[in-house]
Design a protein around this ligand. Structure first.
Ligand code: GLU
Length: 377
């Protein structure tokens, strides 16, 4: 049974594995020091969860904020990519050591995993990540994950640990993700507005929900903001994982949020198989195809993408790549594993199945994207 309420996050029958993401604004004070006492409280909560039989994976931000102070960089180290990367490499070593020390105080072993967006986009590396999580958790270790900011650049970078946390949850097969941050959830308008109300529950992230998001993060230390949290919620909900935004500022924030039911819970929307969930969470594509309205309806009826419905091909993809499927208005309707190289799709688009063999020079595959390898957005 999937998680349905905030209380379910501490029921080991429902939540056997939990990802807890901690934002920079909570972990690091304005002088660049780690908030050790606060973190010790979190470690206690992790210990409690573990005692109850819930496995925990931590996604911890903070390396850039810590390193920037040490190096006396302005703007929290985010003035340029080079400064962010230098800050991250200085800060990460301290961040990891604090985690390791505090977890050891509770007889817990920490493991550091530094990952990049590309590690999740490559199926092989993704499976390696999954296997490592499994092995670590089986040994009772608490993995502490961060983005490998020193090597991740530009478009191959998550840039925020919210989406990283959602991808980590998929890779470690978690039931839930808790994003601990410096607000207590998603508000229907800017939280400073007198009429702003917090949403307790979101049953599917829609355009209307996106419109509520505030793009700036309150503290200026992290890089997530509400927009990134909603993108993370979308990755999680499609993979059948519940995600909660919870105020991390009080003592014992997890226990408090669950007892008082304060926070915003994003309910899981579907239970995709491992491979489809991985496709659904992909963020980078080598290309796209545009399909006509008839094809869009067929896809919604669980059909495959056939050449006849394709009207346009973009990018330089090859067979086996994950590509986007767009409607005529340019909206993403699906992602899927393509059976042909871009040149071949270009040659056969708009054609009926019977016409394909002479064009291709070999017998055609059953579809351009087979429905088993297609995930609707
Ligand atoms: N990976 C970054 C860090 O450790 C944080 C990204 C974020 O703010 O979400 O500093």
């Amino acid at each position: 049974m999937p998680i349905q309420t905030l209380l379910d996050f501490r029921d080991p029958e429902i939540c056997t594995r939990l990802v807890i993401k901690i934002g920079s604004a909570l972990l690091v004070d304005n002088s660049g020091q780690v908030e050790v006492e606060w973190l010790r409280g979190i470690v206690n909560e992790i210990w409690t969860a573990r005692e109850m039989g819930i496995e925990v994976v931590v996604v911890s931000s903070g390396s850039i904020a810590i390193g920037a102070k040490k190096l006396e960089f302005e703007k929290g180290g985010r003035r340029s990519l080079a400064e962010a990367q230098a800050s991250a490499s200085v800060g990460q070593i301290e961040l990891a050591s604090v985690w390791s020390r505090l977890l050891a105080e509770r007889q817990l072993v920490a493991a550091q995993m530094l990952l990049t967006l590309d590690d999740f986009e490559s199926r092989k590396r993704y499976l390696n990540i999954s296997a490592t999580f499994r092995r670590l958790l089986r040994s009772g270790v608490v993995p502490v994950v961060n983005e490998n900011d020193t090597i991740a650049t530009g478009e191959i970078r998550f840039g925020d640990n919210d989406r990283l946390a959602a991808r980590v949850a998929q890779a470690c097969n978690a039931d839930g993700v808790i994003l601990l941050t410096d607000v207590d959830g998603l508000y229907d308008r800017h939280p400073s507005h007198p009429d702003a109300e917090r949403l307790n529950e979101v049953d599917g992230v829609t355009d209307e929900i996106h419109a509520m998001a505030d793009t700036g993060s309150g503290s200026g230390l992290g890089s997530g903001g509400m927009t990134a949290k909603l993108l993370a919620a979308e990755i999680a909900e499609r993979a059948g994982i519940a995600l909660a935004i919870v105020d991390g500022r009080p003592e014992m924030p997890l226990a408090r949020a669950m007892a008082a039911q304060t926070g915003t819970l994003f309910l899981p929307q579907r239970e995709e198989s491992g491979k489809r969930a991985w496709i659904g969470g992909r963020m980078r594509f080598n290309g796209s195809i545009t399909v006509d309205d008839g094809c869009v309806s067929a896809l919604r009826d669980s059909k495959s993408v056939l050449a006849a419905g394709i009207t346009k091909v973009d990018g330089d993809f090859v067979r086996g790549d994950i590509i986007q499927v767009l409607d005529v208005a340019g909206r993403e309707v699906a992602k899927g594993l393509v059976e042909y190289d871009a040149d071949d799709v270009e040659a056969i688009m708009g054609r009926q199945s019977a016409e394909l063999e002479p064009i291709l020079g070999h017998s055609p595959r059953s579809a351009v994207i087979h429905r088993d390898h297609l995930v609707l957005m």
